[in-house]
Design a binder for this molecule. Sequence first.
Ligand code: MOS
Length: 739
Amino acid sequence: MKKETKNPAIDRVDGRMKVTGGAKYFADFDLPDLAYCVIVGSEIARGILTGIDTKKAVSAPGVVGVFTHLNMPPIPGWDMPVSGQSDGGKPKPATEETYRILSSPKILFDGQPVAMVVADTFERATYAASLIKATYNKQSARTSLEKNIEKQVTPKGGDYKRGEAEAYESSVVKLEADYKIPIEVHNPMELHGITAHWTGKQQLMIYAKTQGVNATQQAMAQAFQVDPENIRVHTEFMGGGFGMGLRTWPQETAVVAIAKKVGRPVKLVMNRSQMFTMVGHRPYTVQTIQIGADQDGKLVAINHAATAETASYEDFTEATVNMTRFMYACPNVSTRYRLVRLDRSVPIWMRGPGEATGAFALESAMDEMAHKLKLDPIAFRLLNYTQTDPEHDRPYSSKHLKEAYERGAEAIGWKNRKSEPGMLREGNSFVGYGMSTGVFNAFRWEASARVILSSDGSLVIQSAVTDIGPGTGTALTMIAHNVLGVPFNRIKVQYGDTSLPKAPTQGGSAIVSAVGSAVFDACSKVKNELFALALKDGGALAGRQPTELTLSDGVVAVEKEPGKKVAVDVLMKSSQLTKIEKDADSKGSPDLEKYSMYSFSVHFVKVKVNPLTGAVRVIKAVSVADSGRIISPKTAASQMIGGVAGGIGMALTEEAVIDHRFGRFVNNNLADYHVAVHADVPAIETIFIDKPDPVINPMGAKGMGEIALIGFAGAVANAVFNATGQRIRELPITPDKVM
Ligand code: MOS
């Protein structure tokens, strides 16, 4: 691999398919005799279903079946001792309740399915669903975290502490502040759902919206006690995931059960309001940060406590407080994480997940502290910079964060920032600058891949991995090109199907590292075989060593010796090979005991605040990533831009609001839940440090999806403070909070 050269910015390999309608999403697959499922959701958030009248629905035109807790077909695996409900058998921590879809009249959250209606068209299913009448014995719903905070539980994993607990109290300069993150909902363009088709008694074909086809296969194998080999899951394209496809949801499993019962393929596409209650969300989280420093600005202590909502029936946890343990050189650190079980559906990871929640608090507090100390926020961070991980007391595999601070500061024009707030104006608006750091684990999970080189010089890469949008196919193409020298337009990637070599779920910014390593290894095997053939061939390369050979553009050659070469197609023909096919299984992270592996980012923003309305606009954003070697510069930049767009939403507009009298959302649609749109998003500059990590994988690439978002909201809050002197500690930063 050409380690020291930057990769060229090639176009997204599936771009044309995606913009011309050639890409097929799960709901696009039409099947003979397909039936359509529509969910009827509970109108209360807590209580008992006292009656459900399905008579009219059952006799409505085209209805194939109506399923409630009274006639739902069994899901055999859910009664097994290690019932993981729908998570492939992973046991869940014990909670107060159990939620099994359509298995009991108990209502545990708003929108919980009380009926699933199947008809021969979507319209008929929708109409029949409207005829169902449910009656309830309603109980008052506990949906407010604040009102139920005394009921907090300690999840597994526990608290963290190093140094002295009282160090904060005795610090010379102290800061304590509370931060709040609202409920946010992933809201990808593509609606969630599944099509289930039993092609035999024990044979199942699934088209789903999942971030991991192998995970869905496992979940369904467990639920239906079927050999995973007999279940095929297909998700080649996804219209955005943001974390909601990281598990199999109960209604998906229910559709599979119903399809079996009605004996024909069944498709479920949820509606937008159901996307707020059935496929997870970023949990409402309150945090308290205490920072203590000495007069010179050296950190003495940081205490970080977070309390997040979860469901009554499942404890969802995420790494909200973890960054605080290792981000800065600080001798005394404690973190605490609690959950409050509410009458709400269970959260799931969302965009940079808990790390983004935690970074908002920590990086806002760092900014507040810098101001208190009369230090520049970057200078304060550099003063407390660490090149070894203080949590695990070991070096980082690579860390170029200082360079990231420098380059970002230069690009945003940090020198124009005034240290006192409210000093800069453009026209009538206040102007301010803010920055924040982001960090996320650089993972490398186990993955497999297959590559097939044909004698015509074309290459096929195969992996089950799903591409939820970041450009996985393009990155894998680049990796194969770098090893084998096959031109980009001769490489084809086949992915998103369990019939292909096994891959992890796309998430956690781990896929280029994991699947890329497998592709790298498989290509290396092909290359070694070509070299062996070339040396055996007895032609121009006779007597050479493999280490002397190069491979590019379909030619094996000796470097700097023109004429000493043999074409791959000639070589394969003379060896009577039409193709060379190699599989590779790539293991997980190497040297995890020796190194801490993280990707880092720095976000800089310039904001404008209207003094009359309090409206905040991000007018410039610069995001810098230290995520190792950048494999595909163009799709990486696109992903970074997408992260910033999500970050602007998180900072300024996104909030799912519950009316706690009813325990229901009041803005469960895309008109009232405001994701950042074009008008909210300025030109975004992305900068990549692009230095290979020497440890994590042969490409030197660390993940970069999550760090595109992590920290961004803090940078906006810090810029708003710099512009106005208003310190907003509760997202989103809406005009009412600024005024
Ligand atoms: Mo991501 S929140 O790992 O899909």
